[in-house]
Write a new protein. Structure first.
Length: 458
């Protein structure tokens, strides 16, 4: 009989090696190699040819008529928006987020609303006892919802239970890192256990038509813990973002095989749980009665949803010889350095003797490149102490040459700004002809834009 081979698997990146080491050679993480026993290799397996002996599969044309997948609405409009319309039968969804951000609360609310419509819902918790889940449901006012609860970590026990009779329409596993498969050696949460447990659960969902939701832990860097292949195995990946010190939560679709990506759902954490925010712009705009220097409103775009946020900048003059500081919250720090360099090289503005602080109000995280022009406007306003008109929004991408480039979906951004009472828009010149209810001021390059802000041109 062949002797089992030992191998060491990194719990951070999943790479395998035959010898133990203190540091993983692939991801450079320390103390992450864990011993696992690999399957024994036999001479038959080594010589076996996989090109014959299998079952012939049926191939079909790309133009074969198929029906659109049935969706199961969760009853929470913002969650359905991120999912692309609701849960799909037989799909697997992975939702990750920081501890305490509200993943379990959101899923419990969705499970209760689906169960109240007469559908079968099973909620399996591997971290809490069933009574703890019941207590949370009572605090949320969901104590009478007909959701089936269980506290278990064995994948075999879970699949045996839900496989009896009619399978549930929705199965929630909280969380996948606590699940354990007796076919694999190792503690729950290891790379092999997470991969094997997820594979068995997803196979059950595909075969029985159950919508499966897996809750995933995240690392200190914000990535979902476990093997990266877990995100490839599921159909949809949702990231729950936000700071516990802030009111809002954003549910972002990172991957969606049944809908668009980069769609977001916005929630507010209240005493009664997570509530939907129909107008997200109200969370990120500061109410002010007079013009303030260093503040500009930017119409960001998340998927198909425009969100107005406020860009705040502050510059502080330093004594000669001091090293200036650059601090950014909610935006890309290298992007700020690029905008400052273009302002100095192309417009003659000097920030070398100033500390620069940039903040996106409300704790929002901006990834849209169209924010360049709004950031530049906030910086110029803070440096010159000349406020940008409070009824204006700004958007556009800045090139290293100083050119202001057009951005996508400008009419959608301006329509949202008009809804909230803004009357002017500072835009790239290439988008001057796009219809809008706003008064447009268009600029071809950053130099003319800075002259406009400083009052040197009409």
């Amino acid at each position: 009989m062949a002797k089992p081979q030992k191998r060491y698997v990194c719990q951070a990146c999943g790479s395998a090696t035959s010898k133990w080491a203190g540091q993983c050679a692939d991801c450079a993480e320390w103390n992450t190699l864990v011993e696992e026993v690999a399957a024994a290799a036999t001479p038959f397996q080594a010589k076996h040819n996989l090109q014959s002996g299998g079952r012939a599969i049926q191939l079909s044309g790309l133009n074969t008529d198929i029906a659109l997948p049935d969706r199961m609405a969760s009853g929470i409009a913002e969650l359905d928006r991120a999912l692309g319309g609701g849960f799909v039968e037989g799909s697997a969804t992975l939702i990750g987020g920081d501890p305490g951000i509200g993943k379990s609360t959101l899923l419990l609310q969705a499970a209760a609303r689906i169960a109240e419509r007469g559908l079968s819902v099973a909620y399996v918790s591997g971290e809490e006892a069933a009574d703890q889940v019941r207590l949370r449901a009572r605090r949320l006012g969901l104590g009478h919802a007909p959701v089936q609860l269980a506290a278990a970590t064995s994948v075999r026990d879970i699949l045996t239970t839900v496989g009896q009779g009619t399978p549930p329409a929705l199965l929630i596993i909280d969380s996948i890192q606590t699940m354990h498969s007796d076919l694999i050696e190792g503690a729950p949460g290891t790379v092999s256990q997470v991969r094997a447990s997820a594979q068995e659960l997803i196979r059950f969902a595909k075969e029985r038509g159950t919508a499966l939701v897996l809750v995933g832990h995240v690392t200190k860097d914000g990535a979902i813990a476990g093997p990266r292949v877990l995100e490839h195995m599921v159909d949809t990946v949702l990231a729950f973002e936000g700071e516990r010190s802030h009111l809002y939560r954003i549910l972002r679709a990172v991957k969606n095989r049944f809908g668009g990506t980069d769609e977001i759902g916005v929630f507010a954490m209240q005493a009664e749980g997570l509530t939907e925010v129909g107008n997200p712009s109200s969370l990120f705009l500061t109410q002010r009665d007079e013009n303030v220097t260093g503040t500009v409103v930017f119409p960001a775009l998340e998927g198909t949803r425009p969100v107005l946020v406020e860009v705040q900048a502050l510059t502080v003059r330093l004594a000669s010889g001091a090293t200036p500081r650059r601090a950014v919250v909610g935006w890309d720090s290298p992007r700020l350095s690029m905008v400052l360099a273009v302002l100095e090289a192309r417009c003659g503005l000097s920030f070398s003797a100033c500390e620069v602080y940039l903040n996106i109000a409300g704790g929002y995280r901006v990834q849209d490149p169209a924010a360049d022009l709004a950031v530049a406007a906030a910086l110029v306003s803070a440096l010159s102490e000349r406020p940008v008109p409070a009824d204006a929004v700004a958007f556009g991408e800045i090139a290293l040459s100083g050119e202001i480039r057009p951005v996508a979906h400008a009419p959608l951004r301006m329509r949202e700004a008009a809804k909230l009472g803004f009357t002017r828009a500072l835009t790239p010149a290439a988008q001057a002809g796009e219809g809008s209810a706003l008064t447009l001021s268009s600029f071809r390059n950053l130099g003319s834009f800075v002259e406009y802000l400083l009052g040197k041109s009409a």
